[in-house]
Design a protein. Structure first.
Length: 256
């Protein structure tokens, strides 16, 4: 279980969206405070979506989730995940070849696209003038104005909220399924969750510490990692799914 779970967590650390957001945060006002707030938001949502379900499932089943007698379920479930992953991999390969053929060659992602590729950040950075023509703006427009003003002033709470939306629910449920089907005790599963969370957000932790000592070097390195991860974001997700399915399949075959 440990190898598969840590492998998935390590690959999740290369999430292009999170890398792009961190790259953008270090170029704004109060970068250290905003990076810390973003990391705190990421950890909060990870504990909610991973640690919470692990404790809930163990409490509801008294720790007997897919024991050795249920190894056949693991085999069928793992096979299904691998089959679905293979279908998506083929579709991704076909689409990639089509895009290369149309474009005349592979393109390269730019670090500047980390901001413009996220519509929500575009709205925050551009003043919305539609409400000015109204005598009484709606509640949604007033709330958007408050968020936009706080973002443009570099308020860390906006970065914290962004962190709350920086975890894939599907990826979190993958980790939950891998941990609760391991057959280990609840204490060991909780330790596994904490280790996974630390690995998943290790880039934010490393950037936060590194930015204090060498801001320019950190920004350059982050841009390179971001440019590497953006064209491979779908492949990273497919590798995570394949690793999860293979782990379940192996566990099931060993237990039969």
């Amino acid at each position: 279980m440990w190898g598969s779970v840590l492998g998935v967590a390590a690959m999740s650390a290369l999430n292009p969206v999170r890398l792009g957001l961190m790259l953008f945060l270090v170029t704004r006002r109060r970068p250290v405070q905003n990076l810390f707030a973003y990391w705190l938001g990421c950890v909060t949502v990870a504990l909610i979506w991973i640690l919470g379900p692990v404790i809930a499932v163990n409490s509801a089943t008294n720790g007997s989730v897919l024991a050795e007698s249920d190894s056949r379920v693991k085999v069928w479930f793992g096979t299904a995940v691998l089959a679905i992953t293979a279908v998506f991999a083929v579709r991704h390969l076909v689409r990639s070849r089509t895009k290369v053929a149309v474009a005349g060659g592979p393109g390269s992602a730019s670090a500047e696209q980390s901001h413009h590729s996220i519509p929500f950040l575009q709205k925050l950075d551009h003043q919305h003038h539609g409400a000015r023509h109204r005598l009484k703006p709606s509640v949604g427009e007033r709330l958007s104005a408050v968020i936009r003003t706080a973002w443009q002033k570099g308020s860390p709470w906006v970065s914290y909220v962004l962190g709350l939306f920086s975890l894939s629910v599907e990826g979190a449920l993958f980790l939950v399924a891998m941990i609760v089907t391991s057959g280990l005790g609840l204490a060991t599963q909780i330790i596994a969750v904490l280790v996974c969370v630390a690995i998943m957000f290790a880039p934010a932790e490393f950037i936060l510490i590194s930015y204090w000592t060498a801001p320019r070097t950190t920004l350059t390195a982050l841009r390179r990692v971001h440019d590497w991860a953006i064209p491979r974001r779908t492949a990273i997700f497919l590798w995570i799914c394949a690793l999860f399915g293979a782990s379940l399949l192996v566990q099931g075959l060993v237990g039969i």
